[in-house]
Design a protein around this ligand. Structure first.
Ligand code: FAD
Length: 341
């Protein structure tokens, strides 16, 4: 028994997976989309939502989160079914030429073809080793910022010393009631210009630097923080008043289960035929950052083109015996007209 059956299963709801839904939709193929994260957008949403991207054709500049919103809007007329917060664990032949996918939570979906758009693999935050952390996660402890407005007027402790931590200090200093930066070293690993701006904010008394300290304990009730306790290298502690803690200790990235799917890999990437994006397993395709071939460029726009090629290569599997007449989108249009028009 399976829970769902579809034409194409797309693993990864990053920018490239989302565009694959559009390309498949234009060729009358329905998609179910899986992502280990509980939101769409992949690296754009999780790592740099408010940064501008300059090399998306037609957009001289677009914020990463805005790009994801537009890709989701572009895919919407084709009614994709999203399984967010569901990592795909296994792919196996379903016996009828298709595939059975099973997620970590036990959801089972059969598909005529699979597109793996899994980026750098399933990724999640490196979590600080603090007692009772889970009680606060998602309520007052966060590993990414979806909207900086959520922190307006709040006392925010930001832990970490890399680009994400420093970028968010610079940004949230404009809206938060107070920003306290906790880092276990005196020096920040961020881009020199950003680190210098952070130092200027500290010199002007607009943020507090608590260095070299590391996180030690959380205090609060019902998931709401009241204090973050930090310790110096000798173990002496300080209690910092806080409404929220943002911990930026990087994302753990690994291929995860993808390495067990029997596909030919090269340095943790899936080897594909660049003409079709098909992997060593017929019917399973890989696109975007996870796919590799000679001279591969890991860019969003490259992934978009790979999505189009994969969709065309998949078409005969979903519509056997039906000739595929190439048509421009200007000729075909999209269901329901132009999204957002
Ligand atoms: P991703 O965005 O990595 O998304 C893959 C998704 O697959 C993830 O959400 C992951 O959770 C999910 N996944 C993985 N394994 C599984 C599984 N087993 N089950 C379910 N889900 C799974 N590129 C540009 O073109 N221009 C830029 O200016 C640019 N700037 C960047 C700036 C930064 C700071 C960073 C980090 C990257 C930048 N990039 C840029 C690179 C760009 O973000 C990537 O090329 C792009 O995100 C790749 O998209 P993707 O959809 O292939 O993969």
């Amino acid at each position: 028994m399976t829970d769902h059956s579809t034409d194409v299963a797309v693993i990864g709801a990053g920018p490239v997976g989302l565009f694959a839904v559009f390309e498949c939709g234009m060729l009358k193929m329905r998609c179910h989309v899986f992502d280990a994260l509980d939101m769409a957008g992949g690296q754009c949403a999780a790592l740099y939502p408010e940064k501008p991207i300059y090399d998306i054709p037609g957009y001289p500049q677009i914020g990463a989160a805005d790009l994801i919103d537009r890709l989701a809007e572009q895919a919407a007329p084709f009614k994709p079914v999203f399984h967010l917060g569901h990592a795909v664990e296994t792919i196996a032949p379903s016996g009828d030429g298709g595939f059975l996918l099973v997620t970590a939570s036990g959801t089972r979906v059969t598909a005529r073809a699979v597109i793996i758009a899994a980026g750098v693999g399933a990724f999640g935050p490196n979590r600080p080793p603090l007692a009772d952390l889970a009680d606060y996660e998602g309520r007052s402890v966060f590993y990414l910022v979806r909207r900086r407005e959520d922190f307006r007027g709040k006392r925010v402790v930001i832990a970490g010393g890399g680009d994400s931590a420093v970028d968010w200090v610079l940004s949230l200093a404009e809206v938060a009631a107070r920003v306290i930066v906790v880092h276990r070293r005196a020096k920040f690993r961020a881009a020199p210009d950003s680190a210098a701006r952070l130092q200027r904010l500290a010199d002007d008394g607009r943020i507090d630097l608590v260095i070299p300290y590391q996180l030690y304990a959380l205090e609060g009730a019902g998931g709401q923080l009241s204090h973050v306790v930090v310790a110096d290298l000798d173990g002496a502690t300080r209690r910092l008043e806080a409404d929220a803690l943002l911990a930026f200790f990087g994302l753990a990235m690994n291929l995860g289960p993808i390495g067990q799917w029997g596909l030919v890999l090269e340095r943790n990437h899936i080897v594909v035929d660049p003409a079709t994006a098909e992997t060593s397993q017929p019917g399973i395709f890989a696109i975007g950052d996870i796919a590799t071939y000679k001279n591969k460029l890991k860019l969003i726009l490259t992934g978009f083109a790979e999505a189009a090629m994969a969709a065309h290569a998949i078409y005969p599997r979903v519509h056997p015996g039906e000739a595929l007449h190439f048509e421009y989108s200007t000729t075909k249009g999209v269901p329901g007209g132009v999204p957002g028009a």
